[in-house]
Design a protein around this ligand. Structure first.
Ligand SMILES: [Zn+2]
Length: 104
């Protein structure tokens, strides 16, 4: 039985070959086996790059829902913004240096 709020599956039918093709085309886990050093190859959990055995859905909640959250300075977004600003500053300084060198 399907409930109205549940999303529609990617494919619905009785041909198991089609279902298996769809299952095998799922994104794969990017982790490597500690022992053999081979890729994991298990299907990755939705919106993750790793499978359930390699840490998907692990860890605490993100952002303000996390108990250690204080001001947002250390969130992924804030760090990305800081890195972008740093890169821009570096680029500007390189331009200024090149300009000063050309004038001298
Ligand atoms: Zn895995």
């Amino acid at each position: 039985m399907t409930r109205p709020h549940m999303h529609k599956p990617a494919w619905q039918g009785t041909d198991w070959r089609k279902a298996m093709d769809l299952a095998h085309s799922a994104p794969r886990c990017t982790a490597r086996c500690k022992h053999s050093k081979l890729p994991c190859k298990a299907p990755a959990v939705k919106q993750w790059t790793v499978c359930r055995k390699h840490g998907a859905r692990g860890g605490g909640p993100m952002g303000e829902r996390n108990g250690a959250y204080r001001h947002g300075r250390c969130t992924i977004e804030a760090k990305a913004l800081e890195a972008a600003a740093r890169a821009e500053r570096r680029e500007t300084m390189a331009l200024v240096t090149a300009l000063l060198k050309s004038l001298a």
